[in-house]
Design a protein around this ligand. Sequence first.
Ligand SMILES: [Zn+2]
Length: 52
Amino acid sequence: MVYACEEHVDIALDKIVYEYETFPHLTKIDVENLSTTCEFCENPAVYIVANK
Ligand SMILES: [Zn+2]
């Protein structure tokens, strides 16, 4: 799965589709959970994009 901020969620979705050839499952992270950073930048992740 891929962690992404608001800005990079589209890239994360494309990455999952490309790598796993499946429709990605998008989950919004709880706002209080700021320990995870975006895979594509240094911002806190807002979404988890999973391949199942
Ligand atoms: Zn980002």
